[in-house]
Write a protein that binds this ligand. Structure first.
Ligand code: HEM
Length: 576
């Protein structure tokens, strides 16, 4: 073609020019694709010189360990710096990792004008629950309206009057199931993973919809097991008793499928595209999504009928619907009950609230079985606090569990969340040019905050006070952990003696942020504490958790939405 345009001799002259241009262009593209570090922030040298940034190392790490989160947590230690950077691929801007509680707390609590929810965090949820506030930046014009809709759901009055009785009923059902299982297993271990997960999903469904027992997964298992009677059950090679699990109700199976899909979204390189692709290519997912839509639609209709005939508010959904009725009346408009916003806020409540609480409870159960001294102390604290229930040979009531504080119970819960938190990271994006620990950070940079690295579970990397932000220096008032034992499970670190000589729980004893912090921290934190407190107290009240073999008590972790234990077994004796 060149010879056609210019003649053969001229074409020969142009070839070196074209080759040089192509090589220069390639060189420029290569130069652009190479990672560009932010100055003053440590990074891996081999990542900076690789076209794919840190991806090759990350891929190798994930291949070897099956998970990424520990790589992030170790980055600070590797560079002996609280702030480090890495790259997710070619042309990628640096992503920062911050592992310093004081500065993290300052950013999350006090600098929300400079940092919003990360784009990636929003993208992961956009497909499955795009109209829930979890998928929105704070600057999104829809955000405020969504928060308005759900704002009362975490008030003490709502939690006590509406959520707590539902949680208590479902937790009692788990106690009944385990009473039966403990009898059949006769002291031998069994897998508790699914039971905890089922109880958590029953609880969050009940708190969201006031769901009837027909959909309770724990109740279905209880009914199935009651029919088995004393029949001999098979043993696994690890010596645990195998209980059959009845199939889930289709609606519950649909919720499972969508939750698993969200877990995958969190690992996808391009979550929005991945969601669309999966919905198109995986018929079971598409079916699960329409079943979920129908479930919410039908539950809303049932709730409206109940509320219109004077029924009391008994779930988050009832409350949201009543709120919509009132605001429609006030604005003289027709209420819209089936808006995408109401549907997604309801479903998001379930999605965000079941895997997290289940994982937290699984770790707690493992810790109390591992550490028999802690377990005995916890049971003694419960018996002393709920003395009336003990002397009347009954369970502590929901009101007692809500009203009477048990500092050691809070300490065990907080310590388990500190050492084995279900979500060990939070993410934000700088929305203006800003500064972190004295380093300039351009607008658009994403930052990962680690809550299980230095300053949480190992000594902080030292930071000169002058590098900290003004508000961080002025407002920080937390305690510090003893560097000698901060990596250990030791609930006592959360207790102190108050001015009246009483032992009290001290939530500010030292660095921890299992629910993240600030206006975009966990929305459901209070509900989660309520649920965990009720379930853990009832379980330890009713059962002795035996110490298990090394194999069954392993602390190996699997990551999906949460970082959960790979194995969660229990061997139970009913407390007489
Ligand atoms: C032990 C249980 C739980 C843990 C450890 C946990 C932890 C977290 C964490 C770390 C975040 C990220 C916050 C951030 O990006 O800064 C989060 C967000 C969130 N959680 Fe939880 N969570 C738990 C239970 C719940 C429950 C029961 C609910 C629901 C009803 C819930 C609803 C949410 C929502 C809606 C968000 C997004 C908040 C926003 O974007 O503004 N969580 N949670």
């Amino acid at each position: 073609m060149l010879s056609g345009l210019f003649g053969t001799a001229q074409a020969t002259l142009y070839i070196p020019f074209l080759v040089i241009s192509a090589v220069t262009l390639l060189y420029l593209v290569y130069g652009r694709a190479l990672p560009k570090p932010l100055s003053g922030i440590p990074y891996d040298e081999n990542a900076r010189t690789s076209l794919f940034g840190s991806l090759p190392e990350i891929r190798e790490y994930v291949r070897e360990h099956g998970r990424l989160r520990p790589w992030l947590a170790a980055h600070s230690t590797r560079h002996n710096s609280p702030l480090t950077q890495f790259w997710f691929g070619p042309f990628a801007r640096p992503t920062l990792i911050l592992s310093d509680f004081q500065e993290t707390q300052d950013i999350l609590l006090r600098r929300s004008r400079e940092f919003d929810r990360a784009k990636r965090s929003c993208d992961c949820f956009e497909g499955p629950v795009g109209n829930h506030h979890i998928a929105m930046r704070t600057s999104d014009p829809r955000f405020k309206g969504n928060k308005e809709l759900v704002k009362d759901l975490m008030t003490p009055a709502f939690l006590h009057e509406v959520s707590a009785p539902e949680i208590y009923t479902k937790a009692t059902c788990l106690v009944d199931l385990w009473t039966l299982k403990a009898k059949v297993a006769a002291g031998r271990p069994f897998n508790a993973d699914r039971d905890i997960f089922d109880a958590a999903i029953d609880i969050i469904n009940a708190a969201t919809f006031g769901l009837h027992d027909g959909l309770s997964t724990v109740k279905r298992q209880l009914d199935t097991l009651s029919k088995v009677g004393d029949a001999e059950l098979p043993l696994s090679p690890d010596g645990s008793v195998e209980f059959a699990h009845p199939p889930d109700a289709p609606e519950i199976a649909a919720i499972h499928e969508i939750s698993l899909h969200i877990g995958e979204q969190l690992k996808a390189s391009f979550p929005k595209i991945s969601h669309r692709y999966k919905v198109l290519t995986k018929p079971s997912l598409a079916k699960a999504i329409s079943m979920k839509d129908k479930l919410i639609h039908d539950e809303i209709e049932k709730a409206l009928a109940r509320l219109r005939s004077g029924g009391r508010v008994r779930s988050a959904m009832d409350h949201i619907l009543q709120r919509e009725m009132n605001s429609a009346k006030k604005a003289d408009r027709r209420p819209v009950f089936h808006s995408p916003r109401i549907h997604d806020e309801l479903f998001g409540y379930i999605v965000a609230g079941h895997d997290t609480s289940a994982t937290a409870l699984k770790w707690m159960i493992k810790w109390v079985a591992d550490d028999q001294v802690v377990q005995n102390k916890l049971r003694a604290a419960l018996r002393s606090a709920y003395g009336a229930a003990l002397s009347e040979r009954r369970q502590p009531s929901v009101t007692e569990l809500w009203k009477i504080p048990v500092p050691y119970l809070d300490a065990v819960i907080e310590e388990s969340l500190r050492v084995t938190g279900p979500i060990p990271v939070a993410q934000r994006r700088a929305v203006v040019d800003t500064v972190i620990l004295g380093q300039n950070i351009p607008k658009g940079t994403e930052i990962i905050f680690i809550n299980n690295g230095p300053s949480y579970l190992s000594p902080s990397v030292s930071v000169p006070d002058s590098a900290r932000s003004e508000s961080s220096r002025a407002k920080f008032s937390h305690g510090h952990w003893n560097p000698e034992d901060m990596h250990l499970f030791r609930p006592e670190r959360w207790l102190r003696i108050d001015e009246n000589g009483r032992e009290v729980f001290n939530p500010q004893a030292g660095p921890a942020m299992p629910f993240s912090l600030g206006p975009r921290g966990c929305f459901g934190r209070r509900l989660a504490y309520l649920e965990i407190r009720i379930v853990l107290a009832l379980l330890v009240w009713n059962f002795e958790f035996q110490k298990l073999s090394e194999e069954l008590s392993s602390h190996a972790v699997v990551d999906s939405i949460t970082s959960a234990p790979k194995k969660c077994f229990v061997a139970l004796n009913r407390v007489s």
